[in-house]
Ligand binder design. Structure first.
Ligand code: DGT
Ligand code: CA
Ligand code: CA
Ligand code: ZN
Length: 584
């Protein structure tokens, strides 16, 4: 009998094999979406099938439902077997190598007969790749480095955007159980790392047994990988591992701190404790030579005991936060409540799902004071990008919407303009000059060599009318590495020109990533946290961007979304003039 994960994995594999074969995008995506739908189903697919409900799963039509039925009843998929004759399934492994796309995989298969990662490594080492069209010695070296990197750390971590909702759903359930006084996520999820190894959950309750029992028998559990009196681990149908610990509320602070980590941060805390003759673990502080325990029911109490101010979970990576805390120099990291604008979103004018007014009303209802509507530009045909003519029609609609919304809210007219493959921009300067907010971004030809793709971005940064670069690298978590930018040059140029860099809050982007944010903050670069919403529901993703900013030590002052409109517009004007002068 096949389970959710096995079916999802097979669909995923089929999708990737189709992409290598060169099938049309929508077919590739259909299998991809089906894989996600089954993985995230939250129920045993066998049961859904037994109830006749397969076609009610979003993304599963009659054709895919038939295929699922075939797998559930025969344990096989005829279509996959046939496809395997044409495209060896092992080719899919090659896609995990950074910078290797389906076209290239097909090429090395057809020209060199490469079917496995080992064979790819061998031909690269033998120098046989560099003579292929659009390849070269440098690309070959890069590929070897990427293969080595893949071998070293693999890629079995889950993007935070997938782990977070799963954890919240389980916590919400545990919270309702009798005797439960507190619940929390811990581990990398609480620290809001961009990818998550496993989900760590904590519960405060005096009697752990009934909570463990409930946890281990949840319908989304595929199997139990460990069960003890206060600690259990399960594997969910979607393949994620979840660890649960239960402890009495009096020890909540030490429990939460220990299991939030990071491990390196905890090591530093224990060192500080030892200097006071105390050992610190998840249960309590204990005198090294003596009796008795110091219980901490809050994390604040732990830091206070150590003579430190409270350190937020997003900072706990031992990247200087202990030193900063000791010196009284912890940054006042950005809080979501300080954000009053969102400067990157799409509407039905391009590939968004809602109108300008719908987006604006929802933004206002969520507490924002101004937004920028930034639909795609003309050359991104796939996203229905706007011609100049349509751009001016849109300006009229925005003017009307502003009139309707009144003085307490303001819609800026912007664009998310393509930086084309040859480095030129999609609209001429005289058009850009008339827009309130100009975003430039890369969506195509991301795999160009470093110098070329970096030059494209620098050209946009130095354009007098470009205010912000959105999702600078274009990466997509977990698999697409994004452009191989010379980040030092990008950051230097952004600092020199005052060009804003985005922290795209979509959890599959988180781009800039935390480490880049930290460097940008150090250089005094202004940053924006935007949702890139294509639907009002996407405004909910903002917290991922805020967390990424926090992990990069960003303060409210460096995040332009905390600024009132006047301050923002003055900044944009000053920068545009500055760049114009530098250019003349
Ligand atoms: P992950 O799951 O790989 O994304 O990363 P974490 O940080 O969630 O790591 P995990 O799940 O292995 O452990 C959760 C926390 O528990 C970790 O952040 C710190 C704590 N912890 C786990 N193992 C140890 C250990 O051996 N020593 C110490 N001091 N803490 C540990
Ligand atoms: Ca974890
Ligand atoms: Ca864990
Ligand atoms: Zn966008």
């Amino acid at each position: 009998m096949m389970n959710n994960r096995e079916i999802a994995d097979l669909f995923e594999r089929v999708s990737q094999m189709l992409s290598i074969r060169g099938d049309v995008v929508h077919r590739v995506l259909a299998y991809q979406k089906a894989a996600e739908a089954i993985r995230d189903l939250g129920r045993d697919v066998n049961q859904v099938y037994a109830e006749g409900g397969l076609t009610e799963i979003p993304g599963i039509g009659k054709t895919l439902a038939d295929k699922i039925e075939e797998m559930l009843t025969t344990g096989k998929l005829e279509f996959y077997e046939r496809l395997s004759q044409e495209i060896p399934p092992t080719l899919v492994d090659l896609l995990r190598v950074e910078g290797l796309g389906p076209k290239r995989v097909k090429q090395v298969y057809e020209t060199l007969g490469v079917t496995t990662l080992d064979e790819l490594t061998a031909v690269a080492q033998a120098g046989k790749l560099k003579d292929l069209p659009r390849m070269g010695a440098k690309s070959e070296q890069r590929l070897l480095a990427a293969i080595a990197a893949l071998a070293k750390h693999g890629d079995d971590r889950t993007p935070i955007g997938e782990a977070w909702p799963v954890a919240q759903a389980i916590l919400a359930e545990l919270q309702t159980l009798p005797g439960v006084t507190k619940t929390a996520v811990a581990g990398s999820l609480r620290r809001m790392r961009e990818t998550i190894g496993d989900i760590d959950l904590l519960v405060a309750a005096d009697d752990a047994e009934p909570i463990m029992e409930h946890f281990c028998t949840m319908p989304q559990v595929e199997r139990i990988s460990g069960r003890g009196p206060t600690k259990s681990s399960v594997i969910l149908l979607n393949g994620m591992q979840v660890d649960l610990r239960v402890l009495p509320a009096a020890r909540w602070g030490t429990l939460l701190s220990y299991f939030t980590g990071s491990k390196n941060h905890n090591v530093r805390l224990r060192e500080l404790a030892l200097k006071q003759g105390l050992s610190l673990n998840e249960h309590a502080f204990t005198p090294v030579n003596g009796e008795g325990e110091i219980l901490c029911d809050t994390e604040e109490a732990i830091y206070a005991q150590l003579g430190l101010p409270y350190i937020a979970p997003t900072l706990r990576e031992d990247r200087g936060e202990i030193e900063a805390a000791l010196a009284g120099k912890l940054p006042q990291i950005i809080q979501q409540a300080a954000i009053i604008s969102d400067l990157h979103m799409h509407t039905t004018w391009s590939d968004g799902k809602m109108t300008i007014l719908e987006m604006a009303r929802a933004a206002q209802a969520s507490g924002l004071q101004h937004i920028a509507i930034t639909d795609h530009s003309v050359s991104l045909g796939i996203a229905n990008g706007l011609s100049i003519e349509r751009l001016w029609q849109q300006a009229e609609e925005i003017q009307a919407a502003n009139a309707e919304l009144g003085p307490d809210f303001r819609i800026l007219h912007g664009t998310e303009m393509e930086i084309k493959a040859d480095g030129t921009l999609d609209y001429p300067d005289d058009v850009l000059a008339q827009l309130d907010f100009v975003i430039a971004s890369l969506h195509t030809s991301l795999s160009q060599p470093q110098e070329q793709v970096t030059d494209r971005l620098l050209n946009a940064i130095w354009n007098p009318h470009v205010d912000m670069i959105a999702h600078p690298t274009g990466r997509l978590l977990p698999d697409r590495a994004g452009a191989n930018l010379d980040m030092d040059m990008v950051l230097e140029s952004a600092a020199a020109t005052g060009t804003i860099l985005e922290i795209n809050a979509n959890p599959h982007r988180l781009d800039l990533r935390d480490s880049h944010v930290r460097r940008a903050v150090d250089l005094g670069i202004k940053l924006a946290i935007n949702t890139d919403a294509h639907h009002i529901a996407h405004f909910e993703l903002r917290h991922y961007g805020v967390a990424t900013a926090q992990r990069g030590w960003a303060t409210a002052e460096s995040i332009i979304n905390t600024w009132p409109l006047d301050k923002l517009l003055a900044y944009l004007r000053r920068n545009n003039q500055g760049k114009e002068m530098a250019a003349s």
